[in-house]
Design a protein around this ligand. Structure first.
Ligand code: R5P
Length: 233
């Protein structure tokens, strides 16, 4: 079975967590896109009556296309459930996110939700986080100084970071939906995600990083032969 089919199956399973009346956070990425499509189908058929807060402009567009009723986090600041993808997750449901550049809004929306469920194909589950370069969103002002501070903070923790400024179209730096830049921080492995998260959060200029710790309560993982739920079903 292709990875995309696994993503779709994980999304379908997560739809069973949704009930009418829920206020939902809608994640970003190829896996979350399956969830938004499935949600739209159920809404159009009259099986579900929900509202969603998109975590990116891309998800906003997709949700509109699929007929998912939308609200904003300002109108609806407390959500029941967020369903989102991940770039990596470990056995403690710690995540690396931001491969698509949406980590800031994704984290704000997840933090405003009573529950966050990750959906992923089995390749995303890892023994130890860090093979996927950690996305770190920074303010454009002083971005080189911020990158040096990130490098120093990681080295203090015994890590050996390699930072790449993410590029977008036409050889210009990638800009997030909030107009910021992203450094992808290649660390090979992150032995102590909590310590790194704390260190990064203390750097002026870092808006947010892609380590999601203590936010996800369950993950639906679709493999070649089975779908399993990690954490609270
Ligand atoms: O910024 C993007 C998000 O964190 C995505 O949820 C993450 O990159 C996973 O995306 P995908 O489902 O496409 O692998």
């Amino acid at each position: 079975m292709s990875a995309d089919n696994q993503k779709r199956l994980a999304a379908e399973r997560a739809l069973t967590f949704v009930t009418s009346g829920m206020k939902l956070g809608l994640g970003t990425g190829s896996t979350a896109a399956h969830f938004v499509a499935g949600l739209g189908e159920r809404v159009r058929k009259g099986h579900l009556d929900v509202v969603g807060v998109p975590t990116s402009e891309a998800t906003h567009k997709l949700a509109v296309q699929h007929g998912v009723p939308l609200t904003t986090l300002d109108e609806t600041p407390e959500l029941d459930l967020t369903v989102d993808g991940a770039d990596e997750l470990d056995g403690s449901l710690r995540l690396v996110k931001g491969g698509g550049g949406a980590l800031l809004r994704e984290k704000i929306v997840a933090a405003a939700s009573a529950r966050m469920v990750v959906i992923a194909d089995a390749s995303k589950v890892v023994e130890r986080l860090g093979a996927f370069p950690l996305p770190i969103e920074v303010i454009p002002f002083g971005q080189r100084a911020t990158a040096i501070a990130i490098d120093k903070a990681a080295r203090k923790l015994g890590l050996d970071p390699v930072l790449h400024l993410r590029m977008g179209a036409a050889d210009a730096p990638f800009r997030t939906d909030s107009g910021n830049l992203i450094y992808d921080c290649d660390l090979s492995a992150i032995p102590d995600p909590e310590a790194l998260a704390d260190a990064l959060s203390g750097i002026p200029g870092v808006v947010e990083h892609g380590l999601f710790i203590g936010l996800c309560s369950a993950a639906v993982i679709a493999g070649a032969d089975e779908i399993r739920v990690m954490g609270k079903d």
